[in-house]
Design a protein around this ligand. Structure first.
Ligand code: NDP
Length: 247
């Protein structure tokens, strides 16, 4: 299926173009979901279903393309990178939505459709362009950064989840651990994950995804941080938004 490989070759360039577009836009217009949900973005759907549907291509399509069409699919380094990706997206697609708290929360269908389009590009580019890497220092450093980020992301999302009792949908000030340094350690973990993945995979699609993750999550972290400071009078002044000691 040569057209799929052509599509995958173009995909990272489109992802980079998206990144250049979304970074400035999101600095002024926070993506309308979660605490930034507001009227004017069209029909909405249940948030849990939205998360499942929009992340599914990153899990199922990535796995299908990697294990059927990637010519290097039996190489140990490709298998390890594929396993890391599927570990992240298995959690994000199948576990995260089930555990989410905030009964009755909804998400604009538009955000789900945009995420699906993005994930189709990103998953196919990454699945088809993974290729063998030596088990050298750069590879292991990248894998270690990914795993550290994955651990931080899981810990930080669990911490937020536990601020709500089942059935609640309000917000509290998260405290403890990395929350003393930044408002959004879950995004910090996510940034580490895809930076580490890009380092280990050393492909254009992996680099493009790391760039996109920054373009998407850095403005969102700034918006969360502003929201926390405006909402809680006693919000700790020393916290940064997402990068400890930096921003
Ligand atoms: P948020 O931090 O906005 O929210 C995560 C969950 O915790 C939501 O259910 C949210 O509820 C709840 N929550 C957040 N803050 C509080 C609080 N102070 N008190 C109580 N509950 C709270 O993350 P996102 O929803 O934006 O993202 C979820 C995951 O997806 C993260 O791990 C993120 O890294 C990842 N992600 C990755 C992207 C990428 O580009 N790679 C893009 C977007 C997300 P509610 O929804 O009701 O606000």
């Amino acid at each position: 299926m040569p057209f799929l490989f052509d599509f995958a070759r173009w995909a990272p360039w489109v992802v980079l173009a998206f990144s250049a577009l979304v970074l400035p836009v999101l600095l002024f217009i926070p993506a309308p979901y979660g605490r930034h949900l507001r009227a004017g973005w069209g029909p909405t759907m249940p948030a849990k279903l939205g998360w499942f549907v929009m992340e599914l291509p990153s899990f199922a399509l990535f796995g299908a393309l990697l294990f059927t069409l990637n010519p290097w699919r039996v190489d140990p380094s490709v298998l390890l990178l594929g396993a890391l990706w599927l570990l992240h997206y298995g959690q994000r697609t199948l576990v995260f939505p089930l555990l989410m708290r905030g009964d009755g929360k909804r998400k604009p269908v538009l955000t789900v459709v945009m995420a699906i389009v993005f994930n189709l590009l990103n998953a196919s580019g990454n699945a088809l362009q993974l290729e063998p890497r030596g088990f050298d220092l750069r590879f292991f450093l990248g894998v270690a950064i990914f795993l550290a980020g994955f651990g931080i992301n899981l810990w930080a999302d669990a911490k937020l989840r536990n601020l709500r009792k089942p059935g609640d949908s309000g917000y509290q000030v998260p405290r403890g651990g990395l929350y003393e340094l930044v408002s959004c350690p879950n995004y910090f973990g996510e940034l580490l994950e895809w930076t580490g993945f890009a380092l280990a995979a050393w492909t254009l699609p992996a680099l493009a995804f790391a760039v996109f993750t920054f373009a998407n999550l850095f403005p969102r972290a700034l918006a969360h941080h502003r929201w926390y400071r405006a909402t809680f009078a006693d919000y700790p002044a020393s916290r940064r938004a997402v990068l400890p000691f930096v921003a």
